[in-house]
Write a protein that binds this ligand. Structure first.
Ligand code: ZN
Length: 103
């Protein structure tokens, strides 16, 4: 696998799926046998699911982009939790009203 600088730039949301389809050629093996499988990225936008069909060569960068997104989400969650902790301290220091329970 080559490390392409563009791969690290890509940030993607959604999930990697495999579309199964028949190409329509009468002599193709997919008529009676296994359908063709095409990698695709499925994501939701404004309430509807969108699908981008991919080339096999895109799969690696899409995977990397999705991974990046999840990592960024995790980082964001951690920061938000740290923020909540900090806020709790501030609120607690300002006025100790609802001091029920700790932690
Ligand atoms: Zn076919």
């Amino acid at each position: 696998m080559s490390k392409n600088p563009h791969i690290t730039e890509l940030l993607l949301r959604g999930s990697l799926i495999t579309l199964k389809r028949k190409c329509g050629k009468p002599n193709c093996h997919c008529v009676s046998g296994k359908p063709h499988s095409t990698p695709a990225l499925s994501y939701s936008l404004e309430g509807s699911t969108k699908i981008i069909t991919l080339n096999p060569g895109n799969v690696a960068e899409v995977k990397a982009g999705l991974k990046r997104y999840h990592k960024a989400l995790n980082d964001l969650r951690k920061r938000a939790l740290a923020g909540i902790k900090a806020l709790r301290k501030r609120v607690g220091a300002g006025r100790a009203r609802s001091g029920k329970g700790r932690g």
